[in-house]
Structure formats: C-alpha cells, structure tokens
Design a protein around this ligand. Structure first.
Ligand SMILES: NC(=O)c1ccc[n+]([C@@H]2O[C@H](COP(=O)([O-])OP(=O)(O)OC[C@H]3O[C@@H](n4cnc5c(N)ncnc54)[C@H](OP(=O)(O)O)[C@@H]3O)[C@@H](O)[C@H]2O)c1
Length: 266
C-alpha cells in the first residue's frame, strides 16, 4: 500500500503543529481527516491542500472536551468509508493558573482533551489498523514530560502520561505492524502561548530555544516511520532532555521551582 491509499486523522489541525502535520502529510500524498473546533479554518486548509496536492481531505468540527467526540469522529469516518491508517493525536493547550485556584471543570476539560480523548482515539483506530496489519500513531507529549516538574502545571502530569502510554502501546503493538511515537517538542512557534496567555514571557526566551512547527513535524514523522517510540525534536531540546534525566529527583525538583519562566510572582 502506498501513501496515496492511506488516510491520516489529525486532531487540532486548525493551527500550529497540527496544521503543519496536515501540510507535511498532504505533500507526502496521504489523504486527510482534519479535526478541531474551528470549522472554517479546517475547511480553508482542506481546500488549500486538495488544490495543491490533489489529495482527499475531509473535515469534522468537534470539541474534544465533549466525551462523545471521539465516537462521533469515528462514526463520521465510517460513514465516509475512511479507514484511519495514521492518527496524529495533537489537539492540546495548557492552562496557566495555579492548580488550587483553577475551577475543577477547567482541569477536567484538560484531562478530557489530552488524556481521555487521546487514549480513546488510540483505542478506536486500533481494530482497523490491526486488521490491515499497518498503523502509525503520533501522540503529542512535550519536553515538559522529560523536564523538571513545573509549579501549578497539570500540563506536566498530562504530558508525562502521554509519554508513558505511548511507549507502552508501541511495545504492545509494534509486533502487529503499528508504530506509536510520543513526540516531545520544546518551545515551538504556534498559537499555544497566545491561548495560554503567556506570549509576553515566551517572547523573552532566547531564539535558540525555539523551533518552527515544520521542523518538529518532519522529525516526528521520520521517527514514527522508523519505529522510534520517543522523539525529542531539535538538537537543543535533545541536549536539555539528556542532561536533565540523570539528575537526582530532589535536584530536578529545585530546578523546576527556580527555572519555570511562566511562574506567577506570589
Ligand atoms: N507550541 C509548543 O511550544 C508546544 C510544545 C510542546 C508540546 N506542544 C503540544 O503540541 C500540540 C499542538 O499545540 P500547538 O503548539 O500547535 O498549539 P496551537 O497552535 O494552539 O494549536 C492547538 C490546536 O488544538 C486544537 N484544540 C484545542 N482545544 C481543542 C478542543 N477542545 N477540541 C478540539 N481541538 C482543540 C486547536 O483547535 P481549535 O481551537 O480550532 O479547536 C488547535 O488546532 C499540543 O498538544 C501541545 O500541548 C506544543
């Protein structure tokens, strides 16, 4: 089977890394099913990619905070006779207020979006992938999962879950032709910090720490095709992750407390 007969389902395709994945995979000849809340943006991107690459590109507007969304996406795919060969579980965001001061429903929505919906989509695409004996899944984790813990950030815990579950799934499924990769980017140009409300602090960070979304996607796609269960894109991120991992946990804790650029002053 060639890329031309394969379809990738990409969540969070209306902006940033997800839109970059859509452009990259369309250029490789894959057909696409794009998901996010902003339907207009998805449709504009779909029109562009169909025009430029002659691929089939369907869109499905869904709010992944809604627990029924993953089933609805797969029902849409079935109705359109789309077999999902590639899943890019990318939709995500981070809150920035202190855990204790954030309403539970806000925290629960983050867990629904980046833990439950992500895991459910993995589970729902597997029967088809196993039947066809081929599948590729990329789950967006973050370098946060390999870094010292940050105060307040539920995000760090969520992305650590994504890192761990992706490796477990890869171990289970690789013998059946299905590769799973946790993609762990560092600071990446996208709308992430606008949504989080940390654009000012983020723009003060040195350029060296930043990557463009296209580079992250290129490395992530190569990693899943090669069967690498974890991908930290970019030389600087690799260096940061490799130098922090061996440190004693107590030292990582202290570093996390001191180095968090988004920590609000008391
Ligand atoms: N940028 C970074 O520095 C960075 C670093 C490490 C990891 N990541 C991870 O990379 C992934 C992509 O982030 P990004 O940087 O590309 O951010 P972004 O530009 O803000 O894009 C986030 C995407 O997620 C979608 N999304 C958010 N909430 C959603 C919901 N409830 N239902 C459906 N879709 C939803 C958004 O679409 P709609 O608003 O249209 O729904 C958008 O398409 C995230 O998982 C993020 O945690 C980012």
């Amino acid at each position: 089977m060639t890329n031309q007969n394969r379809t990738a389902l990409i969540t969070g395709a209306s902006a940033g890394i997800g839109a970059a994945f859509a452009r990259h995979l369309a250029a490789e000849g894959l057909n696409l099913l794009l998901v996010a809340r902003r339907a207009e943006r998805l449709q504009e991107l779909a029109n562009e990619l169909q025009r430029e690459h002659g691929i089939r590109c369907d869109v499905f507007a869904a709010d992944l905070n809604d627990p029924t969304a993953p089933a609805a996406i797969m029902a849409f795919a079935e109705q359109k006779k789309i077999a999902v060969d590639v899943l890019i579980n990318n939709a995500g965001l981070s809150g920035k207020t202190a855990f204790a001061d954030t309403p539970w429903l806000t925290l629960a929505a983050e867990i629904q979006l980046m833990v439950t919906a992500l895991t459910e989509l993995c589970h729902r695409v597997l029967p088809g992938m196993r039947e066809r004996g081929w599948g590729r899944i990329i789950n967006l984790s973050s370098i946060a999962a390999l870094s010292p813990p940050g105060a307040s950030l539920l995000y760090t815990g969520i992305k650590s879950y994504v890192l761990n579950i992706s490796q477990s799934l890869d171990m289970e499924l690789k013998p059946q032709g299905i590769n799973v990769t946790a993609l762990c980017p560092g600071f990446t140009h996208s709308e992430f910090h606008d949504v989080m409300g940390t654009r000012d602090a983020a723009s003060k960070l040195p350029n060296l720490l930043w990557q463009d979304a296209e580079s992250v996607v290129r490395e992530g796609w190569q990693a899943v095709m090669k069967g690498k269960p974890v991908c930290v894109p970019g030389a600087v991120n690799k260096l940061v992750a490799a130098s922090i991992r061996p440190l004693p946990i107590a030292l990582q804790y202290r570093l996390g407390d001191r180095l968090n650029p988004f920590k609000e002053s008391p």
